[in-house]
Design a protein around this ligand. Structure first.
Ligand code: HEM
Length: 445
């Protein structure tokens, strides 16, 4: 079998051995994150980043302990989300949200649909949960169809470039179907999706900062997306179908006692596209790698499909797609692990590290399919702001592996993988060449 080899030589940074070597945000740091976490947990579970706060004169702090991150995300009053600050600033200005410069549709719609914690909850339960939340098993058949169609495209070859032929297109097709976009439009949607997440891939440091030119370019590209969604909204107001956009055009938002405007529908759609494409792609990529590295799990899952769910939860824990986010501000002085963190500091919540914290997880770097409370990991964050798309992403992952396990009898790395990751804050493998044996179709029928 072609083995996974360390890809440290592909990184501009040295593999960390001592605390001084650790820089989670340097070029190429992605190749060493999982060597850095044990060092941070043992020697510096809270790292101060001087002058790296939101405003001049404030600091950033990296949190790597599970208990600290969980405490932060569960308390949006004490640890205020940066998006809430942005909305407050928008509402305090004289400019209407839709006219504010460099404000995307999502932020503008947040200002009117969910400016308070109470409305934030209502927005979720009323507007997104029915489509991408806990009830997402209703999409199983549609997801199964897309997964099988993609597998048909490579099953006869015995090998596949898993990222471009499966992990990327599956969430694209699923979200296009949920929202009600034609599949032919996926290339354009993918381009806009890439523009939306530009900061998380190309942004500098823990704040994912783009320079002015990059921001201008991003907004210019996304103007096209806004227009495209407006056209779809008009179309679906005239001729509703069974999809999320048609539904959003008609639904009565009870919390505000009214229907949504075109811009508000546009904003909800923006959030679905920014959240719904790449994250699930990265989860599927890492799951494929974990199966190549642990062939016994492949056989176990194939024999007992009930194990797929614990496997996907363990994979999200062990290789979290969103490694960290700097999205909370302390509203009062705090102490984390004995480190003073003043009010007004920007917290970088390192979900990937919290999910392998030895204080929380027994044998944290090992996969275990019978862990207690396996969903308590922080890959989707936790608390009132927990990822609203966790439901559909889970259904996608479980359905994808059910379909793949139906069609293949073994999985291994093909030669030629670099295992190199994309830059930025997500754990995204650039390409993944896999070899498999095709299952006997008669056996599975
Ligand atoms: C494996 C897949 C995914 C991972 C790892 C993931 C992770 C996360 C994380 C860590 C957050 C931050 C929560 C916080 O601030 O506390 C988040 C927020 C968010 N996610 Fe996901 N996500 C995934 C899939 C999805 C999908 C499929 C969708 C949409 C269908 C989605 C939509 C969103 C949105 C809109 C937010 C912003 C918060 C909000 O508007 O309420 N995510 N996600």
């Amino acid at each position: 079998m072609s083995k996974k080899t360390p890809n440290h030589e592909r990184s501009a940074q040295r593999c960390p051995v001592h605390l001084d070597d650790v820089d989670l945000f340097a070029d190429g740091a992605q190749e060493h994150w999982y060597e850095a976490y044990p060092i941070l947990h043992a020697e510096a579970p809270v790292v101060r980043l001087p002058d790296e706060g939101m405003t001049p004169g404030t600091d950033g702090f990296v949190l790597t302990r599970y208990e600290d991150i969980r405490r932060v995300v569960r308390d949006p009053v004490r640890f205020k989300p940066t998006l809430t600050l942005a909305i407050e600033a928008l509402l305090a200005s004289d400019v209407a949200p839709e006219d504010a410069p460099l404000t995307n549709a999502m932020l503008a719609s947040m200002a009117t649909l969910r400016p308070t914690d109470e409305l934030y909850r209502a927005h979720r339960t009323e507007l997104t949960d029915p489509w991408v939340g806990p009830g997402s098993s209703r999409h199983s058949e549609m997801i199964d169809h897309h997964a099988r169609t993609l597998i048909d495209g490579f099953i006869d070859r015995g090998e596949v470039e898993f990222v471009s032929e499966f992990a990327r297109p599956l969430p694209q097709r699923v979200m296009a179907s949920v929202l009600g976009f034609p599949l032919e439009d996926i290339p354009r949607l993918a381009e806009w999706g890439t523009a939306q997440v530009a900061a998380f891939v190309h942004g500098r440091g823990h704040r994912n900062l783009l320079d002015r030119e990059q921001v201008r370019e991003q907004f210019a590209k996304l103007d096209g997306f806004k227009e495209y969604v407006f056209e779809k909204v008009q179309e679906k107001r005239r001729e509703p179908r069974d999809d999320m956009i048609s539904w959003l055009c008609q639904v009565e938002y009870e919390a505000l006692g009214r229907k949504l405007t075109d811009l508000e529908v546009n904003g909800v759609v923006y959030a679905m596209v920014i959240g719904g494409l790449e994250t699930t792609q990265y989860a599927l990529e890492e799951e494929a790698q974990l199966l190549c590295e642990n062939p016994a799990y492949f056989s176990a899952l194939k024999a007992d499909r009930e194990l797929i769910r614990p496997f996907t939860e363990e994979s999200l824990r062990l290789r979290s797609p969103t490694q960290g986010l700097s999205t909370r501000i302390t509203t009062r002085d705090e102490v984390f692990q004995g480190v003073d963190v003043p009010a007004g500091s920007l917290l970088h919540m390192r979900f990937g590290a919290g999910n392998v914290d030895p204080e929380e997880w027994e044998c944290p770097y090992e996969m275990s399919l019978d862990r207690k409370a396996p969903t308590r990991h922080l890959a989707f964050s936790a608390g009132p702001r927990v990822c609203p798309g966790a439901g559909i992403s889970r259904v996608e992952q479980v359905t994808a592996w059910n379909c793949l396990l139906d069609r293949i009898d073994s999985l291994e790395y093909a030669p030629g993988n670099t295992f190199e990751h994309q830059p930025g804050i997500m754990l995204g493998t650039l390409e993944l060449n896999l070899r498999f044996t095709r299952a006997d179709p008669a056996a599975g029928a």
